[in-house]
Design a protein around this ligand. Structure first.
Ligand code: ADP
Ligand code: ASP
Ligand code: MG
Length: 433
């Protein structure tokens, strides 16, 4: 069997952990499997490197360091819209994975195994798009196969590639998951194991909801939704690769050998369960433009201005018109709030007398996800009732075929997750096995 194992930051967070990972990879090889390992940077390292860049930026401007974290606890880079900076940021943060890859290869050698680590250009992983949020285009599988044939465990630095011009690029936060699944697809691996600090994919983040249950299986569609709605356990693009190239993905603990969660194509029985999981996103901000003239083209100019700056808008609500005026409310990533304000204040509509730009970063988006919603009515109504019973006011709603998302005041975010988790019976054994 050919296996790709990806170990996350906590799993390679100390030299002892790296040694344990080396033992696990080696024992897999000694059982007869061919093993490719993809590693993240040691825990906290990517944040540390981004914070260094932020500090340098602040010194140059005689500012207090203005570093925030995003909703997943990741340090957000401060400077944007500057290709030179983005290039160097990628160059900088990619070093974290180089360190852990080399240390792991050494640890395997120390244990008597054969291992070789590969970084950036040696991986032949070509990307397109931006420097720090690059997309994988191709991987040089022949090189990896040759090293496996020679008996090595191949240890790949995750999160990084090269663009056509030879610049080091990175794949966005959590990008080692995508490195691993794309690698598994490229070399036609039998399985891609994502080894992490939880036992699998749970009905909700087990750190927020202690009663959350591990799922044995989850469909690609549900995992895509959960990943895009705030669950950090897998980067969304890794799930896209898994689905597109049919890569069996197994999310499991790096600390023991118990089965975790398989990410699989949907099966008919999955629709019997209404809600597979609940996700929380604290990373968005709400923006309202009040009293906009209700004429054709207003909304178009607003969202064109944001689109041109690459600001991704999530939910959008336009109120019913009153006396030819209307309010438009939408959400953007918190890290983009300042750029959103800048983009809007430059528009003609913003200079009209009664138009105001209101911004509120103190919101949380909670989503329930499940393929069962396709065939069952009343899921949204039930979710609203559960929140109403707790006195949680809903500010915005959006739905799709397999999810319902609500925006509430940030202070009710965790409470709302727990209430929905309990209200849909997720802790009581009603989950899919
Ligand atoms: P790694 O460093 O291994 O890549 P991450 O921190 O990126 O790990 O992702 C694992 C974390 O994802 C867990 O520690 C957990 O807090 C979080 N998480 C969020 N939602 C879920 C979920 N539904 N199931 C499991 N873990 C989740
Ligand atoms: N080290 C990178 C990050 O923290 C990539 C990863 O861990 O997947 O985002
Ligand atoms: Mg991760």
């Amino acid at each position: 069997m050919l296996v790709v194992q990806k170990y996350g930051g906590t799993s390679v967070g100390t030299l002892e952990r790296i040694r344990a990972v080396a033992e696990r990879a080696l024992s897999r090889q000694r059982e007869g499997d061919r093993v490719v390992v993809v590693v993240s940077a040691m825990a906290g390292e990517t944040n540390r490197l981004i914070a260094l860049a932020n500090q340098l930026h602040a010194i140059g401007r005689h500012q207090q360091q203005a570093t925030g974290t995003d909703g997943k606890g990741w340090v957000a880079p401060v400077k944007r819209d500057d290709p030179g900076f983005e290039r160097e940021l990628s160059q900088l943060v990619s070093t974290g994975e180089k360190v852990s890859a080399a240390l792991l290869a050494m640890a395997i050698q120390d244990l008597g195994g054969e291992a070789v680590s590969l970084i950036g250009h040696q991986l032949g992983l070509v990307t397109s798009g931006s420097f720090t949020n690059a997309r994988i285009v191709s991987i040089d599988a022949a090189n990896i196969h040759a090293m496996l044939d020679a008996g090595s465990i191949v240890v790949c630095a995750g999160f990084q590639g090269l663009d056509e011009a030879g610049n080091v690029t990175t794949l966005g936060r959590g990008g080692s998951d995508t490195s691993a699944v794309a690698m598994a697809a490229a070399i036609s691996a039998d399985v891609c194991e994502i080894l992490t600090d939880v036992d699998g994919v749970f009905t909700a983040d087990p750190r927020l909801v202690p009663s959350a249950r591990k799922l044995e299986r989850i469909s690609h569609e549900e995992m895509l939704e959960l990943a895009s709605l705030g669950s950090k356990v897998l980067q969304i693009r890794s799930v896209e690769f898994a689905k597109k190239f049919n890569v069996p993905v197994h999310v499991r603990s790096s600390l023991h050998l118990e089965e975790g969660t398989w990410i699989v194509p949907e099966t008919p029985d999955m629709e019997a369960v209404l809600v597979a999981g609940v996700a929380l996103d604290r990373d968005e901000a709400k923006v309202t433009l009040t009293n906009c003239p209700d004429v054709p083209g207003t909304i178009a100019t607003v969202f064109t201005a944001l689109g041109e700056r690459g600001i991704v808008v999530d939910m959008i609500i336009q109120n019913a018109s009153r006396e030819g005026h209307t309010d438009v409310t939408f959400t953007v990533p918190q890290a983009e709030l300042e750029r959103t304000r800048e983009a809007l204040s430059g528009l003609a509509v913003a200079s009209q007398p009664d138009v105001e730009i209101l911004a509120d970063p103190k919101i949380a988006k909670i989503s329930i996800v499940g393929v069962g919603m396709r065939t069952h009515a009343g899921v949204a109504a039930k979710a609203f009732s559960i929140l109403a019973r707790e006195g949680v006011n809903i500010q915005m709603v959006s739905t799709s075929e397999i999810k319902v998302s609500v925006v509430v005041d940030e202070k009710y975010g965790e409470l709302a997750v727990r209430m929905l988790h309990a209200g849909f019976g997720l802790e009581a054994g009603a989950t899919r096995s």
